[in-house]
Structures are given as structure tokens and as C-alpha cells.
Ligand binder design. Structure first.
Ligand code: HEM
Length: 416
């Protein structure tokens, strides 16, 4: 199309749809009308001093694959302007959204952190975990009542991914609760405009987590196991700080996102019983349900990149060191790529063109794992409880970047 319609300057103004999208009530509950409003502004670039943004599928994907754009820490001094002075004065411990986490490193440093763990996440490696996922899911379902109601998130969706990633990294089952707690405190750091109180709580959780990880890593040096972290420790290639950052990123990314995928799928299926019926009639359709959920209601809504040099973007000159917010959710609802984008349709042929797992060098390492977990969890859930229904309104997580539910009361109905 050529026009720079999708490139928007971000204005942090009360009532501005972009500010609302990233920090307002509606952005939290139903971001898609705001995304459409911003997309519809098209035809030009809105200039403000803070940031650019795009909601356009082609552009989001092009930027993610373009080496002239780099990553930057999510705790971004520019975006956290109100807390900048304070943030400068505290010592920031290593954490999942700061270097040396691979998520916020450009190549070649990025490659150095990603390569040693990549082989554990290939589709072939993940296929070997299938039985383990089935066992974990079956155990959770067996612990649920034969009928009555449960919280689908806390009793089920949140428990599958943490069990698997904790096993993969070699953390004992007894320590899963701690990670869930730390995850709760740390994930708000991904959002823009985090309050000082939230920031401090996150830093304190990170300190606890790092102390725990240092202990755990010391144990693995003496007696390594078969797990990913033991392999990393034994290779001797990474510093303690790098090991801590790697382990906390893999843990956090491993369970804070897939929970949303499972929950968002249940929400979408509940609102679209015809689509649920398709999957219930033919169990081979569950991968389509998962793919369409990733497109329709992505668990990670946005990411950001920074220009490493001056770049010409859709006819607009962008200077080096500017941030551009990439709306993965916006790209996934781009009508140019997905006709009738607001329809949840598991028959969609190109659902896989979504960018829910990003693209380019930072493309989600856990994509195969997340898909496999979600397919098995959903299939097993609806097989045991074919009449499962929402029981009232589910409660949203108070997060913008990670999009999902904190609680989802459901009526299980009779077991099959
Ligand atoms: C990166 C989404 C599950 C590990 C990413 C990114 C996205 C994403 C969007 C890239 C961010 C960017 O480009 O800036 C998701 C979603 C998931 C999911 C939607 C679930 C539905 C997982 C799981 C793991 C994982 C289960 C397991 C360990 C990672 C890692 C990265 C990453 C390590 C960083 C990759 C890099 O920087 O090279 N994920 N993720 N993710 N994800 Fe996932």
C-alpha cells in the first residue's frame, strides 16, 4: 500500500487511544476497538517526542526481521520517565527483562545466550515431552471434582506450564509456588508506566529469585542433573549472572504466557460454541483452535524495537535510537492479511501467519512447547468435561503486555 498509515507517533495524553491501549481500562479488557481506531488514523504519522508505533502486519514483521532495529530493555528510562531519577539510583539486579537476558540483547551477544539452550526447544525435542505433558494434565484433571466448579486459571491453566518448564530446568516441584509468586511480581515490568511501588516489589522479588538461583546453581556445580540448567552450568561458558538471567527468563517466559493461551482459548471457545463443537467432533482440530487463539487474542500483545541507525520507514525518516512499539495484536487483526479479522474462526487457512510468537532472531524459543502444552491441555480438559461453561465474568490480569485472565470460574458439568 505504500502509505505510512500504520506508523503512529505515541502521544501520552489522557483520552489518547494509544495511551489508553497501553495503560487504560479498555486497553486491559478489550484492546481491539482501540487498535482499530489507531489503525484507522492512518494516512500519516503522528509526531510526538516519545515513540512510534505500528499496527500493520507487514510492517511489524518487516521490522522484527530487520537488523537495523535492535532490542532494548523493557525497563526503558525514556518510557519510565517519571521514575527515571529514582531508577538511576537503585542497583538493578539481573532480571528477565534486562541484559544479559537474551530477550534484550542484539546479536552477537544474543546468539551467545540463545544458542546453548536452543537445542532443548526444537520441535523434535519438544515432541519427546508430550507424554510428560499428558501425565501432568491428567493429574490436574484427576484432582478436579467430577462436577461442580473450579477456577480454570489457578486450578488448571497456570499449573500445566509451570510444571513442565520447572522440570525442564530441574527445579523441584516444591519450589513451583515460589516461581509463581515471583512471576506475579516481575511481569508488570513488561508494561509501560509501572508505578514505583510495583517496580520496587519487582526488584525485591528479583533479589529473592537471584539468591535462590545462585544457591541452586552452586548445587548443580557440585551435582549436575539431566536438566537444561545443569547442562548450561557444566559447560562453563556462562557467568553466574548470565545463568541467573537465562534461568529466570526461561522460567518466566515458560509459564507466564502459556497460561494466557489456555485461558484465552477457553474464553474464545465459550463465546463461540460453534467453533468448540468443531474441535469436539474432530480432535485433530485442536491445533487449529490453538493457532486461531494465538492470532485472535495473543498472550503477548506488544513488543518494541529501537532504531540502531537512521531508517526510512514507509517513507518516514526515523532517526537512530528511537523506540517503535510493535503491536502484535494489531498485526494479528490486520484486515489486509486476515479477512474479517474479528471473527474467531478455526477454519482460517492462514492463521499461522500471526506474529504472536514474534519473528526474526527473537522469535519465541518456546513456541513449539507452548503449542504442544496448549493443544494437550485443551483437548484433555474438554474430553473430560465436554459441557464445561464459564460461570460469570472471568477476571483479567492487571497487565497490558501479557494479555490474559487471573481467574476464570467455570462450571465443569458432568465428567464424560
Ligand atoms: C520470546 C511469545 C511461550 C521462551 C518471545 C517473544 C514473544 C513470545 C512475542 C518475542 C518478543 C520479542 O520479539 O521482543 C510467547 C507466547 C507464548 C510463549 C505468546 C505462549 C503462548 C514461551 C515458552 C517458553 C518461551 C513456553 C519456554 C521457555 C521464550 C524465550 C524468548 C521468547 C526464551 C526470548 C527469545 C529471544 O530473545 O531470542 N516469546 N512465548 N516462550 N520466548 Fe516466548
Amino acid at each position: 500500500h505504500g502509505a505510512p498509515r500504520a506508523v503512529l507517533r505515541w502521544q501520552v495524553r489522557r483520552g489518547d487511544p494509544f495511551a489508553t491501549l497501553l495503560s487504560g481500562h479498555q486497553g486491559l479488557h478489550d484492546p481491539y476497538p482501540l487498535i482499530d481506531e489507531l489503525r484507522g488514523r492512518g494516512g500519516g504519522v503522528i509526531k510526538t517526542p516519545v515513540s512510534l508505533a505500528t499496527f500493520d502486519h507487514a510492517q511489524v514483521r518487516a521490522i522484527l526481521r530487520d537488523p537495523r532495529f535492535g532490542v532494548r530493555p523493557a525497563i526503558d528510562a525514556e518510557l519510565l520517565a517519571p521514575w527515571r531519577k529514582l531508577a538511576e539510583r537503585v542497583t538493578v539486579p539481573p532480571n528477565p527483562v534486562e541484559p544479559p537476558s537474551m530477550l534484550v540483547l542484539d546479536p552477537p551477544e544474543h546468539t551467545r545466550m540463545r544458542k546453548p539452550v536452543a537445542s532443548a526447544f526444537t520441535p523434535r525435542a519438544i515432541a519427546r515431552l508430550r507424554e510428560r505433558v499428558e501425565v501432568v494434565t491428567a493429574e490436574l484433571l484427576a484432582a478436579m471434582p467430577a462436577h461442580g466448579s473450579v477456577d480454570l486459571i489457578t486450578d488448571f491453566a497456570a499449573r500445566v506450564p509451570i510444571a513442565i518448564i520447572a522440570d525442564m530446568l530441574g527445579f523441584p516441584p516444591a519450589d513451583r509456588e515460589r516461581f509463581l509468586h515471583w512471576g506475579d511480581k516481575v511481569t508488570p515490568l513488561l508494561d509501560i508506566g509501572t508505578s514505583w511501588r510495583t517496580y520496587r516489589a519487582a526488584m525485591s522479588a528479583i533479589e529473592d529469585m537471584d539468591a535462590y538461583l545462585a544457591d541452586h546453581i552452586a548445587t548443580l556445580r557440585r551435582a549436575p542433573g539431566e536438566d537444561i540448567l545443569s547442562t548450561l552450568v557444566s559447560s562453563g561458558d556462562l557467568s553466574l549472572r548470565e545463568l541467573q538471567a537465562g534461568a529466570s527468563l526461561l522460567m518466566g517466559a515458560g509459564f507466564e504466557t502459556t497460561v494466557n493461551l489456555i485461558g484465552n482459548a477457553v474464553a474464545a471457545l465459550s463465546a463461540h460454541p460453534d467453533q468448540l463443537a468443531l474441535a469436539q467432533q474432530d480432535h485433530e482440530r485442536w491445533p487449529d483452535v490453538v493457532e486461531e487463539t494465538l492470532r485472535f487474542d495473543p498472550p503477548v500483545q506488544t513488543t518494541a524495537r529501537q532504531t540502531l541507525e537512521d531508517v526510512d520507514l514507509d517513507g518516514v525518516r526515523v532517526r537512530a535510537n528511537r523506540t517503535i512499539i510493535l503491536s502484535l495484536a494489531g498485526a494479528n487483526r490486520d484486515p489486509a492479511v486476515f479477512p474479517d479479522p474479528h471473527r474467531f474462526d478455526i477454519d482460517r487457512r492462514n492463521a499461522k501467519d500471526h506474529v504472536a510468537f514474534s519473528s526474526g532472531v527473537h522469535s519465541c524459543l518456546g513456541a513449539s512447547l507452548a503449542r504442544m502444552e496448549a493443544v494437550h491441555a485443551l483437548r484433555a480438559l474438554y474430553t473430560r468435561y465436554p459441557n464445561l461453561r464459564l460461570r460469570g465474568e472471568p477476571v483479567r490480569r492487571n497487565l497490558f503486555t501479557l494479555h490474559g485472565f487471573e481467574h476464570m470460574p467455570v462450571d465443569l458439568g458432568p465428567v464424560a
